[in-house]
Design a protein around this ligand. Structure first.
Ligand SMILES: [Zn+2]
Length: 379
């Protein structure tokens, strides 16, 4: 016996239009999408609210934020995972790639523990059916780090891994091309001048020694696997050219418009940070996502560190850049789903997963009112 759910009197956000209509669910799947109201007395009245596909978040560090709610306070890992899951569901994120860092470049010593616990908890809580959203893993590999390859080997064959990104947070490249900004960041973290200089010299020496070999080994380890491989913090056309030559076809959070445009013209897909749209600029002083959207250089948004930023960015972009809601919504639903190789979701269409978000605009804020993940209420 299948369970039928009828959602009616909704503004359906479809691939190329927004139409008043009705959605019929068959258990976990969308069975029918039709214009106009439903007559069945069992239909649920959505009171004219928007109904769109659930957001797909290909990169969020929100779990790490729950594990460490204060810089000096660690939270028990499973409790953190449940809080993270609830926040995703409440924000309309029905599919989430939990980003976990592999490889230490002197940021947080405990990140390895966060990584190990995160992988274990995801397996345990997921198979017990206790998570509201559907979770996958996004492995953020710190390419020049001495411990990266060994950590990757512990998890590379895990079935939940959908995406791997190649990071390099060495001072002098990518996000930290400006070494003075890097110094200021370390100073703010309480490090002495002498230790900062020692750390910079050490990290740059390690990079010179390990970066190229680690990158080759990593790409070889993942070759032929159904995993999306992305570059991260691209700054120059030369970096894009190296990615293209290595068969990497996604550029995540490019830090200059030049790199984003080079990525697009080379046929790569570009992921931008949704918080950057909400805050009106980059938190780390790089190119604004608005400039990337205006330059036609964004294929998908990721929430990066604030789950509600996805749905909010979609509505904001629909208005601010004249994209229209269907195209703007696709940047947080269908486009990231496709990018992560998930072809069974991301649109309101018969046969796809019933991952749904009901949204009402309160002034200019999209308020998520109800969420379904594979036909089950998740919020
Ligand atoms: Zn980065």
């Amino acid at each position: 016996v299948t369970r039928e759910t009828i959602l009616t009197n909704a503004l359906l956000v479809l691939a190329d239009d927004v139409v008043p209509g009705t959605l019929v669910l068959d258990g976990p799947t969308i069975r029918d999408v039709k214009p106009g109201p439903a007559r069945s007395p069992a239909a649920i009245d959505l009171e004219g609210d928007y109904l769109m596909a659930g957001a797909v978040d290909v990169h969020t560090d929100n779990l790490e934020r729950q594990v460490q709610p204060r810089s000096n306070a660690r939270w028990p890992s499973r409790s953190a995972m449940m809080a993270h899951d609830a926040q995703c569901a409440a924000a309309g994120v029905t599919t989430v790639l939990d980003a976990l860092c592999l490889g230490d470049l002197g940021f947080e010593k405990d990140r390895v523990r966060t990584f190990r616990d995160g992988v274990a908890d995801l397996g345990a809580l997921g198979s017990a059916g206790l998570l509201k959203a559907e979770h996958y893993l996004h492995l953020r590999c710190e390419v020049p780090a001495a411990d990266m390859l060994a950590l990757l080997n512990t998890v590379a064959d895990h079935p939940s891994v959908r995406m791997v990104s190649l990071m390099d947070h060495t001072p002098g490249v990518g996000q930290y091309a400006d070494i003075d900004r890097y110094r200021a960041l370390r100073r703010a973290g309480g490090m002495s001048e002498a230790s900062i200089e020692r750390l910079i010299a050490e990290l740059q020496a390690t990079r010179a020694r390990l970066r190229d070999g680690n990158r080759r080994a990593l790409l070889a380890r993942l070759a032929g696997r159904p995993i999306t491989v992305a570059s991260h913090d691209d700054r120059t056309e030369a970096e894009i050219a190296e990615n293209v030559a290595d068969g990497i076809d996604v550029s995540e959070f490019p830090v200059t418009l030049e790199a984003a445009k080079a990525a697009k013209s080379a046929g790569m897909q570009v992921i931008a940070g949704a918080p950057n749209i909400i805050r009106g600029g980059s938190h780390s002083g790089n190119v604004s996502a608005a400039a990337l959207v205006r330059g036609g250089a964004v294929d998908a948004f990721a929430s990066d560190y604030v789950p509600p930023s996805l749905i909010e960015a979609a509505f904001r972009c629909a208005e601010a850049f004249d994209l229209g809601l269907p195209a703007a919504a696709a940047l947080v639903t269908e486009r990231p789903a496709r990018l992560a190789g998930l072809s069974d979701r991301g649109r309101l269409a018969p046969g796809l997963r019933a991952d749904l978000v009901r949204v009402r605009l309160f002034e200019d804020l999209p308020v998520v009112r109800q969420v379904w993940c594979a036909g089950e209420r998740a919020a």
